[in-house]
Design a protein around this ligand. Structure first.
Ligand code: FEO
Ligand code: CA
Ligand code: CA
Ligand code: CA
Length: 688
């Protein structure tokens, strides 16, 4: 009944798809650190030796001022003529698109699989806009993101698809929202300002992770199977905390008096896959689910932006929820009882972690691995595991001016016995990128890098609970929103997307983050010293600068062109043949407007890491980002996700029933996030 509801404006501090600015800290002025090290105007970057001649704010010692971030080709580096027979990229580029559909290169096919609402477990209730919350719990969640294909017995035609559901767009989730003036990040409120518990419960069940067995049938089409391993993990699934925060008093709540158990996982963005075959789901923008109206604010909340406003307002359902009120009230982190065990002041401490899930045990409890740090985890990528050596993984904190981290396990990897406990003991590091092309990993532990009781980091648990604050003290380098990482399977080089940072000032534009008001983003890569992932120093270079022909440059310093201009790199993945797949996330409201007009809708490109060749492979419907990418072991099937089609629809257009996208159903259908299955008509490897 739409007249029962009113639009609830989002948290004014929340800018859609523009992750929050870091809170002010006592970190030494970043520019002072950089100035001390900065010696050269021109910094050679890129294995091909092109020069990055950037105006590093006022630091430039000599020479004419160039446009900030410009890369100047070093001598003649003509645009390569792409020979599809010899190139690593054997497909014809697709043009940019602003159409309400998807595009793949000639010779490729695309199939939509497992859209939001597809039944996958329990009673398999069919999708309908008026599905109940209980039905949503048995269906695919929304906003598909990180994803992995776990083959059954090595099969390339049968396996478990495991994927994250980052969030849900309330206006598309509830039939009762029809006709309301709601934007993508608004929620419907009752006239008394409360939220409907059934609606909030449906939103909670649309979050989390899906595990679904899928199989390629004789006709070449992939289908979900009804399988006992199929499972939904949601914002209500019980979890446990392992590692240094296990049983910590700061995890005690009215739900978990011992600080060992938690409830649910939130804002699951990208993912990781462990060398022992489990799935890691990463909690990114969890802070937008919590409010703290008053009371002393520990740094473990304030440094993450928790405050009196939030976006999703799930706590506002508690008043109408009777005996179930606690499952909503837990999103109000205001101290209200005499003890943390009587309220939910510590509930936000239970989020911002990496969650390990065993997809092959449907009764397993997801485990939050606290030694991997607490921040806005985008995803996790492992270095190749080597027998008898530590396990190493990398993870980015996707907010403006946040950091890139690495974890090195204390115990060695042995394939026969490796399991998640390897992630419970080790060293967490944050990266410092020096402007001379060198870098250092700064250990985050009491007694090193300035961390100690005097600044709130007496114990390892203190460090991990406020990982951001610890990295501030250690002097890590604030980056342009680190998103996915990828490790080159041949060279061991580590790549990270830095999606954008429009708040970087000219004085802050240096080194690996060379552009002020960085609207386009870049990809950085580095080699660990001695090509050893355990090393504490590295050498970095820029792999490319995203942008159009004016602002975008490839590895050789060549301008990007019609075949490969793009903005806002996000998803990143190496296939087994070392094609680097790059997925874009231009924010929904900015797509096809202003600086972003040349890029069209979001896209996926592939790059050759040796030559820098770069070509567009896929385009998305309006509003959507592309996220998640994996192939079957034989590389003949690729799975990617189309997340939030139609989210660019303006509030007034939604109210009038004018949607920017009806993908994938077409006609007047509601847009639905979905997986896209890509194959070749010839049956060959994707991208080859
Ligand atoms: Fe959820 Fe940083 O993307
Ligand atoms: Ca997203
Ligand atoms: Ca992302
Ligand atoms: Ca993004």
């Amino acid at each position: 009944m739409p007249d029962r509801l009113i639009p609830g404006p989002a948290d004014p501090s929340f800018v859609a798809n523009e992750e929050p600015l870091r809170e002010p800290t006592a970190q030494p002025d970043f520019q002072q650190v950089v100035s001390a090290r900065y010696q050269r105007r021109e910094l050679l970057v890129g294995s091909m030796g092109f020069a990055l001649a950037a105006v590093f704010g006022g630091l430039s010692r000599s020479g004419p001022a160039l446009a900030a971030g410009a890369i100047v080709a070093d001598g003649a580096a003509p645009k390569a003529t792409h020979d599809l027979r010899t190139s690593k990229l054997g497909f014809v580029a697709v043009p940019t698109s602003n159409a309400d559909g998807i595009t793949v290169p000639p010779g490729y096919r695309a199939q939509v699989l497992l859209p939001w609402g597809e039944p996958i477990c329990g009673d398999y209730p069919p999708f309908a806009i008026n599905n109940t919350a209980a039905e949503q719990a048995q269906q695919m969640g929304s906003h598909h993101d990180g994803m992995h294909f776990f083959p059954l017995q090595g099969s390339s035609t049968d396996g478990l698809l495991v994927l994250n559901h980052e969030y849900a767009e309330s206006r598309f989730l509830h039939a009762a929202a029809e006709g309301l003036k709601l934007s993508a990040f608004d929620v419907p409120l009752r006239a008394d300002g409360s939220r409907d518990p059934e609606q909030v419960l449906k939103e909670m069940y649309a979050h989390g992770v899906s595990i679904v067995r899928i199989r390629r049938e004789g006709n070449g089409q992939w289908q979900p199977l009804r399988d006992p391993l199929n499972r939904r993990i949601t914002a209500l699934t019980p979890t446990v905390f392992s590692g240094p925060l296990h049983g910590d008093p700061r995890l005690q709540t009215a739900y978990s008096a011992d600080g060992i158990r938690g409830r649910g996982t939130l804002n699951n963005c990208a993912h990781g896959v462990t060398p022992w075959g489990t799935y890691l789901s990463c909690e990114e923008n969890w802070r937008y689910y919590f409010v703290r109206e008053q009371g002393e604010m520990p740094a473990s909340l304030s440094r993450y932006g928790v405050g009196p406003l939030n976006a999703w307002r799930w706590h506002l359902a508690a008043v109408n929820a009777g005996e179930a009120s606690a499952q909503y009230a837990r999103f109000d982190a205001t101290p209200r009882a005499d003890s943390p065990r009587g309220d939910f002041r510590n509930e936000p401490h239970g989020f911002g972690w990496v969650v390990e899930i065993d997809p092959f045990d449907s009764t397993s409890t997801p485990v939050k691995r606290t030694h991997l740090g607490r921040f806005a985890h985008e995803g996790v990528v492992f270095a190749p595991a080597r027998e008898g050596e530590p396990v190493v993984l990398y993870s980015g904190d996707d907010s403006m001016f946040e950091y890139i981290y690495k974890f090195v396990s204390a115990k060695p990897y042995h394939a026969a016995t490796a399991c998640g406990s390897l992630l419970d003991e080790g060293t967490l590091y944050a990266a410092r990128f020096d402007s001379d092309g060198n870098g250092e990993w700064l250990a985050l532990a009491p007694g090193v890098n300035g961390l100690g009781a005097e600044n709130g980091f007496a114990t390892l648990a203190d460090v991990l609970l406020n990982t951001r604050g610890a990295a501030d003290v250690a002097g890590a380098t604030p980056m342009d929103r680190p998103e996915w990482g990828a490790v080159d399977p041949a060279t061991g080089q580590v790549y990270f997307t830095l999606t954008k940072n429009t708040r970087r000032t000219p004085g802050e534009a240096v080194g690996a983050n060379p552009r002020a008001k960085n609207a386009m983003g870049q990809i950085v890569r580095w080699s660990e010293a001695g090509n050893d992932h355990v090393a504490t120093t590295f050498v970095w270079e820029l792999f490319l600068l995203a942008g159009d022909a004016d602002s975008g440059r490839d590895l050789r310093g060549r301008p990007l062109d019609a075949d490969n201009l793009f903005a806002n790199p996000d998803g990143l993945w190496f296939d087994a043949d070392r094609r680097l797949w790059i997925q874009t996330d231009i924010s929904d409201e900015e797509q096809n407007r202003g600086l972003y007009r040349p890029m069209g809708n979001n896209a996926m490109l592939a790059a050759d890491p040796d030559t820098g060749e770069l070509r567009r492979f896929f385009t998305a419907p309006p509003g959507a980002e592309i996220s998640g990418v994996v192939t079957t072991p034989d590389q003949t099937t690729m799975f990617i996700n189309v997340q939030h089609p139609g989210s660019s629809t303006r509030a007034q257009d939604f109210a009038a029933g004018r949607l920017d996208s009806h993908w994938p159903g077409g006609g007047s259908a509601l847009p639905r996030s979905a997986t896209v299955v890509i194959t070749r008509e010839c049956g060959g490897k994707i991208g080859a």
